[in-house]
Structures are given as structure tokens and as C-alpha cells.
Design a protein around this ligand. Structure first.
Ligand code: TYD
Length: 224
């Protein structure tokens, strides 16, 4: 029996309130409608241990963890996610869509917290066995607008949301550098239009890049 064709790995990145989770979900819906096997997952989290680590990371307690601890816990959750969810799914030929991945660590722990990017790259290499996404979609929005949107949501604010505007500006600026350095992997899209318009723009670019991977007719299929 021949091995299944390896699946493709897509990640969504962006600052707070950019609607990444909604867009990750909608891309999953479209791919499933095209007849593909798809997993939509998120970081930090996506596994039992990862969700426990997530609660430590996002707990706005009064004794905040050190930046280095934060970077290592994000990466530990990611190691579990790659080993238990992402890599096995790709090997089975499934498509994996993740809401955040290594670039979040570069943007938040590197750009915004100021930790060494060289050290963070080594840790990511160890944690993920150098698994990189085939496409990364960056949802872009002015920091002020993102934080305003986030404040309108009924969910409680987590420790990273609560950081100052300057912190989120550094996140945005690091994403900008990452995307500029590797335009073949990144696709930048404005998060200002409606959810449907953004989803259509993502789908247009996505189906162009993966034309050869999608079943015939899939490139015109609509989201439900
Ligand atoms: P979450 O509530 O999932 O926010 P969002 O909807 O913005 O993804 O919280 C995840 C938070 O963790 C978010 O503020 C970004 C941060 N984060 C890092 O700082 N480093 C990382 O490597 C990852 C994956 C997330």
C-alpha cells in the first residue's frame, strides 16, 4: 500500500482582535466542502497538556511568570501540539489549520518582550523538529482598532491582552518584519473589511497557491 500524500499546513497570525479564529474556522469549512480532511486547531493549546499549559500562560494572576518561562511554556505546548496533533495529521494526508504557531513566539516573546530571536529560533527548532507552515496568513489591523474590538467581546481579558499599546505595536512591527522576509510563505490581508470579504480574499489567494493540491472544481466552491 502506498503512503498517503502528505497534507498541507496553514497557520493564521495577527494581533489581538483581528478575527484570526473566525477566519481559520471559515477556511476549514471551505476545505471540508471541497472534500478534504481538515483539522482546525489553536495555540497555545490543541492538546490535553497544551490546554493545561495555556491556563498557566493566560492566567492574569498577581505573580506573573518570567518572560523566559513564558517562552518555554509556549514552546512546550507547541512541542506537544506538533508531536500529537499536527505531524500525525499531516502524515495521514490531512490539512492542518492552526490559529497561531512559531511566528507568535517570534512576535510576542521576541519582538514585544525583547527575548533573543536567535535563542527563540533554536528553541522552536527543537520543539517542532523544524516543521514550518506551507502558508501563513497575517491578519493586519491597527493596534487601537484591535484592542477596541477585543474589549467589546464578552470574554475576560487575558494576561497578554492586558499589555500596553506599545507592547502590541512591537508585536505588529515584528510580524511586519517576518512577513517581509519571507513573502512566499506569508500572505498579508487587511482585517478591516467584513468577515465575508476577508474570507473571500484569503480563499482567492489560497486556491491560487494550492491549485495543484485541491480537487478539481474546489477553487470555485463557496463557504457554507
Ligand atoms: P488567545 O486568547 O488565544 O488570543 P488570540 O485570540 O489573540 O489568539 O490568547 C493567546 C495569547 O497568547 C495571545 O495574546 C498571543 C499569545 N501568544 C504568545 O505570546 N506566544 C505564542 O507563542 C503564542 C502561541 C501565543
Amino acid at each position: 500500500m502506498s503512503e498517503p500524500k502528505r497534507g498541507r499546513f496553514i497557520t493564521f497570525e495577527g494581533g489581538e482582535g483581528t478575527g484570526k479564529s473566525t477566519q481559520a474556522h471559515l477556511l476549514g469549512v471551505r476545505l471540508r466542502a471541497a472534500g478534504l480532511d481538515v483539522i482546525v486547531t489553536r495555540e497555545p493549546g490543541g492538546t490535553r497538556a497544551g490546554e493545561k499549559i495555556r491556563s498557566i500562560l493566560l492566567d492574569p494572576g498577581d505573580d506573573p511568570i518570567a518572560f523566559e518561562t513564558e517562552a518555554l511554556l509556549m514552546s512546550a505546548a507547541r512541542a506537544e501540539h506538533v508531536a500529537k496533533v499536527i505531524e500525525p495529521a499531516l502524515a495521514r494526508g490531512e490539512w492542518v489549520i492552526s490559529d497561531r504557531y512559531v511566528d507568535s513566539t517570534y512576535a510576542y516573546q521576541g519582538g514585544a518582550r525583547g527575548l533573543s530571536l536567535t535563542a527563540l529560533r533554536r528553541i522552536q527548532s527543537f520543539a517542532t523538529h523544524d516543521l514550518m507552515p506551507d502558508m501563513t496568513i497575517l491578519l493586519e489591523l491597527a493596534v487601537k482598532d484591535g484592542l477596541e474590538r477585543r474589549n467589546r467581546l464578552p470574554t475576560t481579558t487575558n494576561r497578554l491582552d492586558a499589555e500596553a499599546v506599545a507592547f502590541h505595536e512591537r508585536v505588529r512591527s515584528e510580524y511586519d518584519s517576518l512577513a517581509k522576509r519571507d513573502p512566499e510563505r506569508w500572505f498579508r490581508v487587511s482585517a478591516t473589511p467584513t468577515v465575508e470579504i476577508i474570507a473571500d480574499q484569503i480563499w482567492r489567494e489560497f486556491s491560487r497557491r494550492f491549485r495543484d493540491w485541491l480537487p478539481a472544481g474546489a477553487t470555485t466552491s463557496q463557504a457554507n
